[in-house]
Ligand binder design. Structure first.
Ligand code: RP5
Length: 165
């Protein structure tokens, strides 16, 4: 499944200006060999496209949606309300308020409609979380995640070795 060319993860964002943050999620998905698609879908500028995207995502074969938005960041929550797929929300920091507005817009979902919100600007972890969701039923992805974790551990060991020299 990991090498499938049909996208398993949809990475969407409210504006192309969010891409400088969302590229971290895309990079992770590339590194893990997870087929994905990337699209600007705005809750405010293209609301009908957002509805279609959310409603058709599962039938198109997507398994996870990563949705990033900044400011009045309604995209992740609105998408989550129209799909049963897991939605990971990325609060994109804008020039004002340091992304706190984005975070609060995404994280405070009403009971019953979850958005797994990562940290402000935390698109990298959004990509890894998507990989973990897929890895729970895909041994290839699970192995890559385990190797990745081993790499993190080894890197700390190397840094500690360097401190001792
Ligand atoms: C939000 O408005 C987008 O997610 C973006 O973070 C923010 C600003 O968009 P632009 O004005 O840069 O297109 O909907």
């Amino acid at each position: 499944m990991a090498e499938s060319s049909a996208p398993l993860v949809g990475v969407i964002m409210g504006s192309d200006s969010d891409y400088s943050v969302m590229t971290d999620a895309v990079q992770v998905l590339r590194e893990f060999g997870i087929a994905h698609e990337v699209e600007v879908v705005s809750a405010h500028r293209t609301p009908e496209k957002m509805v279609t995207y959310a409603r058709e995502a599962a039938a198109r074969g997507l398994r996870v949606i990563i949705a990033g938005a900044g400011g009045a960041a309604h995209l992740p929550g609105m998408v989550a309300s129209m799909t049963t797929l897991p939605v990971i929300g990325v609060p994109v920091p804008l020039a004002k308020l340091d992304g706190l507005d984005s975070l609060l817009s995404i994280v405070q979902m009403p009971g019953g409609i979850p958005v797994a919100t990562v940290s402000i600007g935390g698109a990298k972890n959004a990509g890894i979380l998507a990989a973990r969701i897929l890895g729970s039923s895909d041994t290839t992805i699970a192995k890559r995640l385990a190797d990745y974790a081993d790499g993190l551990t080894a890197a700390v060991g190397e840094k500690n070795d360097a401190l001792k020299t």
